[in-house]
Ligand binder design. Structure first.
Ligand code: SF4
Ligand code: SF4
Length: 438
């Protein structure tokens, strides 16, 4: 058992964590070559092993959470490549979430500016998606009226500090219609219905990639599914869990379970890898909640990434080739390949599309630097990773990059824009929907 600091009364995420999770690491170092931050710096503290040692020192009462500890936890991408490499089965995902919660709880990173940003985004904007949509409508108006183009061409942006200019350049294009305008609350199966599924439309996904949500529903309908898509939905809480807001993540998990009672569906579908990786662990998140615990276990079993679900039920044969030939490469979102171990199904889907040549991407499982909001808070490292990803994409000669996560889509779209690359960056399910449409 870990020793406690004398007089330490406050709840500590790491001290209260099941100690066996912390003990699992046997310091073998096999994860080190797969860790992008260690690869960049070659410093032990920037490695999974080094980070776990820091976490364990806090759990053992040998170290108090310090600014250095917190910075280290935020330098970690949370990409989970170390989990894939680890022979001891260390649950780094769980350690990482508790370590960031510990960092937040200690207050070592607090500043008025940071508190304001976190209160506005995590505690206000993403707790009620009608607020996020309002921001989306305003941004859409700004873009559609040509104000964004005007501001960019006018040189006004040169008055901003460099970092703000960089952030402005990353502003995504908001879709002309959000999911509720594109998808009916109940979509019948095309032909015979075999399954009843729920569709999660997401938060940022709904604003920036509502077309991917529409394509997902269309593909599901063509594969014998009746789809329930409520107009009002909630954020899955992954943003909160990955940024140390444990209680808010729990609140959102309860709301999701209430809105989509798992016993009523054959599957609960997500097409965003980062969300799926979090959505499948509500039972752990609500482990101490006697009301929700058993429903959370059923929920976890019902949540399926769209590639995984299609792999499970088998896809309806596609019509003869009517789409033009295309050469596609596939970037594996970390939270799909490392977080959910889904690697074969997206490739099977792409290979099933007529006229599509799939070219393997070197280092396809290496993080692109998006990692939730990592590209906003750690721009140097994120840019380094993006450059590396773009180099590999260019080496394939593909004109299309497919990837199953909105963060990765945005990151690579922005990279292609920056380098003027004639690349189409797209979700695999969009390519499948296009093939069905012929
Ligand atoms: S999650 Fe990624 S960046 Fe963090 S320690 Fe593991 S491999 Fe390294
Ligand atoms: S996390 Fe796993 S692979 Fe890495 S040092 Fe510990 S036991 Fe070895």
């Amino acid at each position: 058992m870990p020793a406690s600091l004398p007089g330490a009364a406050r709840h500590s995420h790491l001290k209260d964590l099941d100690y066996s999770v912390l003990q699992q690491c046997m310091h073998c170092g096999l994860c080190l070559p797969t860790c992008p931050t260690y690869d960049a710096t070659k410093l032990e503290r920037n490695s999974p092993r080094g980070r776990i040692s820091l976490m364990r020192a806090i759990a053992d009462g040998q170290l108090e959470p310090t600014r250095t500890f917190a910075d280290e936890m935020y330098f970690c991408l949370g990409c989970l490549a170390c989990m894939t490499a680890c022979p001891a089965g260390v649950n780094y995902a769980e350690l990482f979430e508790h370590a960031r919660a510990e960092a937040e709880q200690s207050g070592v990173l607090d500043s008025p500016k940071r508190s304001l940003i976190r209160s506005f985004t995590l505690r206000w904007l993403f707790m009620d998606l009608s607020r996020l949509r309002l921001v989306g409508y305003l941004l859409r108006l700004y873009q559609q009226l040509g104000l964004q183009t005007f501001v960019r061409r006018s040189g006004l942006l040169n008055l901003l500090p460099k970092r703000l200019r960089e952030l402005e350049a990353m502003t995504p294009n908001v879709q002309p219609k959000f999911s509720a305008e594109l998808i009916a609350p109940l979509t019948p199966a095309v032909g015979q219905k075999k399954y009843r599924v729920a569709m999660l439309t997401g938060c940022a996904q709904d604003l920036i990639f509502s077309d991917v949500n529409r394509d997902t529903v269309e593909v599901l309908a063509r594969n014998a599914c009746e789809i329930v898509t409520p107009r009002e939905q909630f954020c899955c809480g992954s943003l909160h869990a990955h940024n140390g807001e444990w209680e808010l993540a729990q609140q959102l998990a309860r709301k999701q379970i209430d809105q989509f009672p798992p016993e009523q569906f054959d599957a609960i579908i997500t097409n965003a890898a980062g969300c799926g990786s979090h959505l499948k662990h509500y039972a752990k998140l609500l482990a101490d909640d006697p009301v929700y615990q058993s429903r959370a276990e059923l929920w976890d079993a019902k949540v399926k990434d769209i590639h995984e679900w299609l792999g499970q039920i088998g896809i309806t044969p596609l019509p003869a080739a009517k789409v033009p030939p295309q050469t596609v490469t596939y970037h594996e979102a970390c939270h799909l390949c490392h977080g959910q171990k889904i690697t074969a199904q997206p490739r099977q889907i792409l290979r099933a599309i007529p006229n599509l040549a799939l070219v393997e991407l070197p280092e396809s499982t290496w993080c692109c630097g998006s990692a939730g909001i990592y590209n906003l808070i750690q721009p140097e490292m994120a840019t380094e990773l993006l450059d590396r990803k773009l180099r590999h994409i260019k080496s394939t000669g593909a004109s299309v990059v497919a990837t199953g996560n909105p963060g990765c889509l945005l990151q690579i779209i922005n990279g292609a824009k920056r380098e003027n690359l004639p690349l189409r960056v797209v979700h695999p399910i969009t390519l499948l929907a296009e093939a069905y449409r012929g």
